[in-house]
Design a protein around this ligand. Sequence first.
Ligand SMILES: Nc1ncnc2c1ncn2[C@@H]1O[C@H](COP(=O)(O)OP(=O)(O)OP(=O)(O)O)[C@@H](O)[C@H]1O
Ligand SMILES: [Mg+2]
Length: 295
Amino acid sequence: MEILEKAKILISALPYFREFYKKIMVIKYGGHAMVDPSLKQNFAQDIALMKYVGICPVIVHGGGPQINQVMERMGLKPVFIEGQRVTDEETMNVVEMVLVGTVNKNIVSLLNRAGVKAVGLSGRDGELIVAEKMKVYKYRGEDRPPEIIDIGRVGKVKEVNPQILFTLIENDFIPVIAPVGIGPDGEAYNINADLVAGALAVALKAEKLVYLSDVEGVKDEKGNLISTLTIKDIDRLIETGIAKGGMIPKLKSAKKALTGGVKKVHIIDGRVPHSLIIELFTDEGVGTQVVFTEQ
Ligand SMILES: Nc1ncnc2c1ncn2[C@@H]1O[C@H](COP(=O)(O)OP(=O)(O)OP(=O)(O)O)[C@@H](O)[C@H]1O
Ligand SMILES: [Mg+2]
């Protein structure tokens, strides 16, 4: 490549660097997107680049596949109801051990090796994420009330105390957050990482919320990629069953985040090398962008 070409490529990103300078961006790093070692390396480089051009990244990670692996090794069988992991006391111990002890620390090391200062936290630290028990309602037909199922220590976000994050961000650290919340009696709750990312994006008044997942973006009924969604499309996608399973908490949180003041939400493919950089710093959008209203 001509040396001038290299300079031109860097300069072409200048408007984005300027726009995002000092802005907070919450990145949800999906458990499925973090399996391949070279993609993990790419992810760390992308975050380091974001940091060094002046963005303040905050990372929330998942870890479903990693939890399943350890559970199976321990002879425990993962059970899901309505897409949520049934989490008894023993399962909660495994969830916390894997998310906070292994997955979180791996990401922290990966980022530190890429030349930025990352700090791992769970929702317990500084009471960052206060949880309340989530009830699961199962539809039983028109004439009967829904069945309420107890799935154990599965929570939703009740409150966020973001002070610890502002302290870290101001001192140039990148917070890496495991989606474990703290309940009313100090007990741990397993919370879907998408919900945590959405709630944190609002509490931090983030510029963007980016979901790095294992799919090209949100797909329509024919399986085609939807490049732009507005929040009014979200309920329909969920009600019609076009968006199911792991896409539901992303879309619900996207709606909450946009209503709560986050400017834009992106759902992008973590399997594509450097998809974060492509989405943020080029005019080639990848994946799905979710916006409040059509501009
Ligand atoms: N309409 C849709 N468009 C795109 N993906 C969809 C849709 N409906 C359901 N999905 C599913 O949502 C999945 C993404 O959510 P999933 O929870 O599996 O991953 P993740 O949230 O990135 O990772 P983790 O849950 O481990 O943090 C896709 O792999 C796809 O199977
Ligand atoms: Mg998920």
